[in-house]
Structure formats: structure tokens, C-alpha cells
Design a protein around this ligand. Structure first.
Ligand SMILES: [Zn+2]
Length: 200
């Protein structure tokens, strides 16, 4: 599990350790009219995650997604009431991804933020990663498609760039699974700051 610095513990709500929050009430930027809803309903029984997933891991899945959108005025939430209110006010400011209780290959419709078309997030374990972090990486990638981004390709990875091992860096819209072999992976958005980039 990650070790948090003292500074991280004082930061925004999506940073820091799990402190027994209700995982169906999470909001990264409460009050923002722009809302992205991570719908956990199908993988929860009441307040308990299904399939032996801990609440801490469910929290970290949300946290890992919220982190990647924290520079925007966007509330990444697991609270359906927050989503429904924002959608009723203005659906053009909302998006949704459904976490479903099946294994499969996650996918999402391109440019679907601002519509009610949902992405689909499967429950597969993040192989090689902490479960919540692995699901969070996939969620951030799929929501990236919903925000209009295509894949970061190039090099031997083809459509999915495999990162730069020397820096333990990889693009979220590329093959972020490569980092499972690295001790301290950094994964970020990219606008093609590497020589073989296919997407700038
Ligand atoms: Zn993709």
C-alpha cells in the first residue's frame, strides 16, 4: 500500500489514506457544477463492496481517478444524488462510467462527456498492481476517452505506447500496465513528449 507524505495528508480530499469514508459518498470537488459519476452500484451490497474488495481499495479506485482530473473544475463523485442533481441542472456538464460486476475489457464512448452515454469499467483485478490503483488507472484511461482523447501510441507498443522504462513513466492513454514491473511508476497525461509519439 502507498505511503503518504505529511504534505499529502493535508492536501485535497482525494489525496491521503482511506479514513473510513462512505465509498458511496465520495466527492473530489464538492459544489462544482461539472460532475463525473463513478457508478459503483453494481459492485456494492449496501456499503460493502462485492467480490472481497475492501472499502479502502474501492476508495483508492475513486482516488486514483479523481487525482488525474484534479486540475479541472470537475467533481469526480461516487454519489448518485450529486450526479442526478448536476444532470438535471445541465447534462452538458456531466459524464458517467458504470463499474459492472463482470470481467471483461473496459471501454468507453469517445467524446461522451456532456451526454448520458456511459463508459464501462470491468472488475478485473489490476494485475501486478494494488487492486484499487489498477482499477483507478483503467477508470482514468476510459474517462480520458469520454473526454475526447485517443490512444498514445508509438514504438513497440503500437497503438499503446509502453512508456519509458528508464524513467518509469507511461502515458495514461497508452499501455499503463507496463508499469507493473517498475518499482515506482509515474503515469501522467501526455501530449506526445516522446520521440515515437503518434498523438500530440
Ligand atoms: Zn483505450
Amino acid at each position: 500500500h502507498p505511503v503518504y507524505s505529511p504534505m499529502a495528508l493535508r492536501q485535497a480530499p482525494h489525496i491521503g489514506p482511506y479514513q473510513n469514508q462512505d465509498v458511496l459518498q465520495l466527492q473530489s470537488k464538492a459544489g462544482s457544477p461539472y460532475v463525473f459519476y463513478l457508478n459503483l452500484a453494481a459492485v456494492m451490497s449496501g456499503s460493502t463492496p462485492l467480490n472481497g474488495v475492501t472499502r479502502e481499495n474501492m476508495y483508492r479506485a475513486w482516488q486514483s481517478i479523481a487525482d488525474q482530473y484534479s486540475m479541472f473544475n470537475l467533481n469526480v463523485t461516487t454519489n448518485v444524488a450529486v450526479y442526478n442533481a448536476a444532470r438535471a441542472a445541465n447534462p452538458l456538464r456531466t459524464g458517467i462510467i458504470n463499474f459492472i460486476n463482470q470481467d471483461g475489457r473496459s471501454f468507453a464512448p469517445l467524446h461522451s462527456f456532456g451526454t448520458t452515454a456511459a463508459g464501462t469499467l470491468y472488475r478485473n483485478p489490476g494485475s501486478g498492481f494494488d487492486y484499487g490503483y489498477g482499477i483507478g488507472m483503467t477508470g482514468a484511461h476510459e474517462i480520458g476517452h469520454q473526454m475526447g482523447m485517443n490512444h498514445d501510441g508509438g514504438g513497440s507498443g503500437g497503438e499503446y505506447f509502453e512508456g519509458i522504462a528508464a524513467y518509469q513513466w507511461g502515458p495514461i492513454m497508452g499501455n499503463y500496465w507496463m508499469g507493473a514491473n517498475w518499482a515506482n511508476q509515474l503515469w501522467t497525461w501526455s501530449r506526445g513528449e516522446y520521440t515515437t509519439a503518434t498523438n500530440k
